[in-house]
Design a binder for this molecule. Sequence first.
Ligand code: FES
Length: 56
Amino acid sequence: MYVCLCKGVSDRKIRETVADGARSWREVQRETGCGTQCGKCACVGKTITRDAITAE
Ligand code: FES
């Protein structure tokens, strides 16, 4: 499922980014661009990131 339409970032991409070493929402943003345009996806993106980090 797409989380970020502006940058075409899926929840899977966010989880992969965390698996590849991202340790914060800011790092996920930097790696994927998620939430860096309109910002509407930031809340969901942050939640998925937190979830993925906790599950590591
Ligand atoms: Fe993610 Fe717009 S939907 S920045």
